[in-house]
Design a protein around this ligand. Sequence first.
Ligand code: AMP
Ligand code: ZN
Length: 115
Amino acid sequence: MADPDCPFCKIFAREIPAQEVTRTQNVLVFRDLNPQAPTHLLAIPQRHVADLGEFVRSADAAEVGALFTAASHAGREASVSGYRIVVNEGPDAGQSVAHLHLHVLAGRSLRWPPG
Ligand code: AMP
Ligand code: ZN
C-alpha cells in the first residue's frame, strides 16, 4: 500500500520526521515545511494515491469523509475567522508531491483569486 519512494508515505510511517498536528488510523495532519501562511498544514490519507482524481475513483465515502473531516477540524482549530483548503492537481496547479494532500491555510487574510 505504501510507496517506498514517497515522502508522504514515509512521514505517515514515521520514517522521516514531521511536525504532527493530529493523527488517526487513516489520516495524518502535519505542518508544511515551507509555510505560505501563519498556519499551513497538510492533511494526507494513509493510502498512497497520487492525486484527488485517483482518490475519488478508488476511495469509499468513509475514507473521503475522514480526510475532509480532519482537514476541516484542523482549519477550524487554527483559524480566527476562516481558513482555506487547497488541492493542487497536476503540473498546471503546481503539484510537487504525488501523494494526495489537502493544504489547510489559516492565520492571515487570503487573497482571491489565488495565483
Ligand atoms: P504541492 O505543491 O501541492 O504538491 O504541495 C507539496 C507541499 O509539501 C509543499 O507545500 C511543500 O512545502 C510540502 N512538503 C514537501 N516535503 C515536505 C516534508 N518533508 N514535510 C512537510 N512538508 C513538505
Ligand atoms: Zn505516498
